[in-house]
Design a protein around this ligand. Sequence first.
Ligand SMILES: [Zn+2]
Ligand SMILES: [Zn+2]
Length: 230
Amino acid sequence: MFRSILRALPLRCQLCHHRLEEHRTSWCEACHSTLPQSPRCLRCGLPAPYEIELCGRCLTTPPKWDSLTCIGSYTFPYTTLLHRFKYQRQYWLADELASLIATRIDEPASVITPIPMHWRRRMWRGYNHSQVLARSLAKQLNVDCEPNLLKRVRATRQQKGLDRQSRLTNLDNAFTVSGTLPKRLALVDDVVTTGATLSQVCDLLRSNGVKHIDIYCVCRTPPPQAGRKN
Ligand SMILES: [Zn+2]
Ligand SMILES: [Zn+2]
């Protein structure tokens, strides 16, 4: 019903606002073809001159996860799209973003789970955007979404703006696991910045028997500038 009403309305491209002829996607073909997509290291997700299994950075300091799939760097238009998805309740963007991630995954993990939010923050925002994204992604990949495998038991300060040491202590014992964990698991997050949160979760998962961890996210922030470690 809701969908049929939506289809009857003239929809506009969410990026350039031109009227859309078809309602299959949220942006026009021209905008879709210009969505920035650059080759990346399949392990850390950072840009590389061409798609590679392991970049030099990963050879010296391998991330705690086994693979990271993202759409692009955290720059326009993804910054705008994610802002709308996270703060303006444009939930339907989850399907669009998930489909862009899904096309990059060849052999998905059979179970995926979102990075959880502390209940207070979820209550404040009304929903966990990573969970909405994980559900959509699971549906498109035809795998299971198990949203309650991880729990955030301690509210943490925003990682943004903290130095490396504070980032690490900020996350101490922030998460717990519940239920039986699969041997291979994929974690879904919106943006991976330093990876400090994910590293913490990876340690916890490995100590609970998980052998292979994939990360599926919308964006990976561009590599840190020299002098700004982590
Ligand atoms: Zn457009
Ligand atoms: Zn790498």
